[in-house]
Design a protein around this ligand. Structure first.
Ligand code: ATP
Ligand code: MG
Length: 346
């Protein structure tokens, strides 16, 4: 059994975790920066990077203490090496390199998206490759065929905004606060999803991709019209996103029909949305497929998923040299057709 120390710092959450290859989460800690970014209505990269510098060391100390181990007991150090806000990625990766060097441990440079993509396997030992993954987060909206560790085939991506980004912008437009996703979901509970007619970009299209920019503009117009309650706009927006995610995912399931996927899987921050989860669960049931979604805390950024991806890679013999670069952009499927928005952090 291997014990992996994982570090995450690609956006506005600083996190450290200790996860064993038998899926035991020995300790995980996370420091949010919401209060520091809230006045700006979004993540300010400089503020995020400085906060990671302050928080990461103490978090590493805390998880080692909580698990009752020292660096000597760790088998490998896994750190997010991209994609993300480059200042933050550099803080985490350099910290990981320093710990690996000091402890004489192998380094695993983890693609943050692989962290999300493999996170469902941390809590579900029965989830086997290949599976169809809807990766919906703050910076990405992709459908991927997950064939194995490090083996991803991108089927679709967003041609403009990510779904999480659309949630965040809608929250800002409606004055619901930051972070936006949970705020929109909460407001939507008090609203009527049929109250405001909103577009569903690319619904029914033969093209595999997603688009959310037009939906965001329509939300802005609905708000400016002044005739609708914020709760009704939020509920109508959330329903439009769900309809798009469902339609595109159904199309992707058709396109991989010959592959024999083991499950429909959702991961990333937007996977914390109950409406999104319920809709996808229904789609999977209609196709006689297993539906797998990580627990809510594992959907948004955390270091347990980075430690777990590190464990999977370490187990496959995939470690990295100390000169591995930090990358702002790092697509999971480098052969995927170039589409605006793909593999790009908003
Ligand atoms: N309950 C929710 N409903 C809808 N969206 C949500 C919910 N909870 C979180 N989100 C959204 O998820 C996003 C954050 O997810 P995550 O932390 O995975 O993204 P990220 O790390 O910023 O981006 P990426 O993983 O693409 O680099 C935000 O856009 C947030 O609004
Ligand atoms: Mg993320």
């Amino acid at each position: 059994m291997a014990l992996i120390l994982g570090l995450e710092s690609s956006c506005d959450e600083t996190a450290a975790a200790l996860v064993a290859s038998d899926r035991t989460i020995r300790a995980h800690r996370l420091a949010r920066q919401d209060a520091q970014h809230a006045p700006y209505g979004g993540v300010v990269p400089e503020i995020a990077a400085r906060a990671h510098v302050e928080m990461l060391g103490p978090l590493v100390e805390a998880v080692l203490d909580e698990a009752g181990v020292t660096l000597a007991d760790v088998d490998a150090v896994a750190a997010t090496a991209g994609p993300g806000l480059i200042g933050g990625v550099m803080v985490g990766l350099v910290t990981g390199k320093a710990l690996a060097l000091a402890g004489g441990k192998p380094l695993v440079a983890v693609n943050h998206l692989e962290g999300h993509a493999l996170s469902p396997r941390l809590t579900d030992p029965d989830l086997a490759f290949p599976y169809l993954l809807l990766l919906v987060s703050g910076g990405h909206c992709q459908l991927l065929l997950v064939e194995g560790v490090g083996r991803y085939r991108r089927i679709a991506t967003t041609i403009d905004d990510a779904a999480g980004e659309a949630f965040d912008k809608t929250a800002k437009l409606l004055g619901l606060g930051f972070p936006g996703g949970p705020a929109v979901e909460q407001a939507a509970r008090q609203g009527d999803p049929r109250a405001v007619p909103l577009p569903r970009p690319l619904l029914g299209s033969n093209e595999p991709h997603f688009s959310f920019a037009g939906l965001k503009s329509a939300v802005s117009r609905a708000r400016d019209a002044g005739t609708h309650r914020a709760e009704d706009i939020a509920a109508s927006f959330q329903q439009a996103v769900i309809d798009c995610l469902l339609d595109r995912t159904a199309r992707a399931l058709d396109s991989v029909a010959g592959v024999g996927v083991s499950a429909l899987v959702v991961a990333g921050g937007v996977a914390a949305n109950q409406g999104v989860r319920a809709a996808l669960e229904g789609l999977a049931a209609s196709r006689d497929l297993r539906f797998v979604a990580p627990p809510l805390w594992l959907c948004t950024d955390n270091a347990a998923m980075i430690a777990w991806a590190g464990a999977e890679r370490f187990g496959a013999g995939l470690t990295d040299p100390l000169d591995v670069p930090a990358r702002a952009r790092w697509p999971l499927d480098p052969t995927g057709e170039k589409v605006r928005g793909a593999g790009v952090k908003a």
